[in-house]
Design a protein around this ligand. Structure first.
Ligand SMILES: [Zn+2]
Length: 576
């Protein structure tokens, strides 16, 4: 490589690092001429070389580029400037309330996923922004179709803590049934609700035709009697429904006289927390609508699929003389190539397609936690998206780019050699010990120790079979932080190589490969995002990392240390 090529490469690599791995030829030329004004007269002739080198650089992974830059031009790596503080738009009518109260209301029939994180983070962060209160409310009042599972209450709590959404109060709706029953009686007494005994098909025909249930206007005392009979077990599942009166001509049939309570055969489907204690269970709009009022929620932040629910609940609020909270309805957060449908995930999990709710293939927060994402990256993403009503499609590349910036400065570097091949290097006449830094930009973090033993003028180390194309006979490669070797060719899956003396600078354009000592190492299994496993060896120091820490395996990618046993380390791959 000529000196000019090397200068172009430097400009291209540094430019690519600034722009998530994509250098721009124009910008590279500009930076090059800025750094080396003597090249200005040749600017036009330089462009083909700039384009060629930019193409090479853009085909390398960001991890490789970062590594190259930190090895060759450590002083040119600019540390990230703290980004300008982002702000959320103000909440509507915030000045109306003395204390802002928000809530997140998960159903513990599954864990939280990336899509749910939007409601959680916005609700929590708005409460903090206004110095208000943030409530967690478990909505577990469907023992039949959206049945809660005990383990999910705890995982959701863990999800929220991990997201940094600490709460001021927690409520569980299955503890609050008596409250809903009380309101039900009030509504019946006001003739604002009634108990309908229509068969489901008959009801559907009536409501479609905007006609009333024949019993709708029977005396209040009759409906109170039916309600008592519901409570006492006089009706079986599907035989009686408590309905809230609305406008039967409402354009949306789902709003017309919506169901508030129904009978559940809890002998067949007992509730995981309260068993068979209650037979009459509130539906979403009753429980959620009553609680928002009872708990003093001032702002409801939720997906726009809840707009119909707001229309339903407003009727109940009017009957009871309550004022409806201010509501912010936002669009869905979708992730490219990822199915975030809770029911689909649950079905696949039950069918044994996944190892658990933290299977790396899932978009659950539990999976992201296990893979080593920093929750701050989710928060940044949600702040960028904000409470806009439009659906937002994001990609893993978006998430990874944000996460990379957050985890890079604190992740210790290690050499990991996937799919290893043994290399015998001749010409090494003494034991060698090297101490590469734990982080090339932050020497204060300390260093690692790698030891190579010389035996009969040779030493053994491991390289990755993935680098085979660079190890053809006669090629020179540079081993990171060690020395250069020349390949003498592969023989029986073992590479023979020769130690090259000389200063590192002499072979600056040789590929730079990570390596692991042949003796002092630890077997590693890396679990990849598609749940496949990659095996190899890492330097022994990796064993000293606490479980849960994030590391960067140089030229492989960021990984979370999932398990450390004396004889093996398990990593979960985060991203490159
Ligand atoms: Zn009816």
């Amino acid at each position: 490589m000529s000196t000019t090529d090397e200068l172009i490469r430097k400009a291209a690599v540094l430019n690519a690092i600034k722009h998530d791995g994509r250098a721009d030829p124009g910008a590279v030329l500009g930076n090059l001429l800025g750094d080396s004004p003597e090249l200005k007269p040749k600017a036009k002739e330089l462009m083909p070389a700039v384009r060629r080198i930019v193409q090479e650089v853009n085909s390398a992974s960001l991890a490789e580029l970062n590594h190259e830059a930190s090895e060759k031009w450590p002083n040119n790596l600019v540390k990230e400037k703290p980004e300008e503080e982002r702000k959320l738009p103000p909440l509507p009518n915030a000045e109306k309330y003395q204390t802002i109260v928000t809530r997140v209301a998960p159903n513990p029939d599954f864990v939280l996923h990336l899509g749910n994180a939007r409601a959680a983070v916005l609700s929590h962060d708005y409460a903090r922004m206004y110095d208000g209160r943030f409530i967690v409310r478990f909505e577990d009042t469907d023992p039949r179709l959206k049945k809660a599972q005990l383990q999910y209450y705890d995982i959701i709590r863990e999800d929220l803590k991990w997201l940094g959404c600490s709460w001021d109060a927690e409520y569980i709706q299955s503890d609050r049934l008596e409250i809903y029953y009380g309101i039900a009686e009030t509504l019946l007494t006001k003739a604002a609700a009634y108990v309908c005994l229509c068969k489901p098909e008959a009801w559907r025909a009536l409501v479609t035709a905007r006609k009333a249930c024949p019993d709708r206007d029977m005396p209040i005392v009759e409906h109170l009697g039916r309600w008592r009979k519901m409570m006492e077990g006089g009706y079986g599942e599907g035989e009686a429904v408590f309905r809230v009166k609305t406008d039967l001509s409402d354009p949306n049939p789902a709003v017309r006289d919506w169901p508030g309570f129904r009978v559940v055969d809890v002998d067949k489907t007992p509730h995981p927390r309260v068993g068979t204690r209650y037979r009459v269970w509130p539906l979403y709009n009753i429980a959620s609508g009553i609680d928002d009022h009872e708990l003093g929620v001032t702002h409801v932040l939720r997906g726009k699929e809840h707009l119909t629910n707001m229309a339903r609940q407003r009727f109940m609020y009017k009957y009871l003389g309550w004022s409806y909270p201010d509501a912010v309805h936002f669009g869905r957060l979708k992730v490219q190539g990822m199915n975030l449908s809770k029911s689909n995930m649950m079905k696949a999990l039950e069918a044994g397609q996944y190892q658990g709710v933290d299977d790396p293939r899932l978009g659950t927060l539990a999976a992201m936690r296990r893979r080593g994402y920093n929750p701050e990256s989710i928060r940044q993403l949600i702040w960028e998206v904000g409470p806009k009503p439009v659906d937002v499609m994001i990609s893993w590349d978006n998430i990874n780019a944000i996460d990379r910036k957050i985890i890079d400065p604190t992740s210790h570097r290690y050499y990991f050699v996937p799919n290893p091949i043994t290399v015998n290097v001749t010409g090494v006449n003494r034991d060698i010990e090297v101490h590469p830094p734990l982080h090339p930009q932050y020497p204060d973090m300390g260093s690692r120790t790698l030891k190579l033993q010389s035996l009969n003028g040779a030493c053994t180390l491991l390289l990755s079979a993935n680098d085979r194309p660079m190890l053809e006979k006669g090629r020179t490669v540079r081993l990171m932080g060690l020395f250069n070797i020349m390949s003498l060719g592969l023989e029986n899956e073992e590479l023979r190589a020769e130690y090259l003396s000389g200063v590192l600078g002499e072979t600056e354009n040789a590929p730079i490969l990570q390596w692991v000592p042949g003796g002092d190492n630890v077997p590693v299994t890396a679990v990849m995002p598609d749940a496949t496993k990659v095996s190899g060896f890492a330097e022994h120091g990796l064993c000293g990392e606490p479980i849960g820490s994030e590391v960067q395996c140089v030229r492989f990618g960021f990984c979370r240390v999932d398990d450390v046993k004396p004889d093996t380390v398990t990593l979960y791959f985060t991203h490159d």
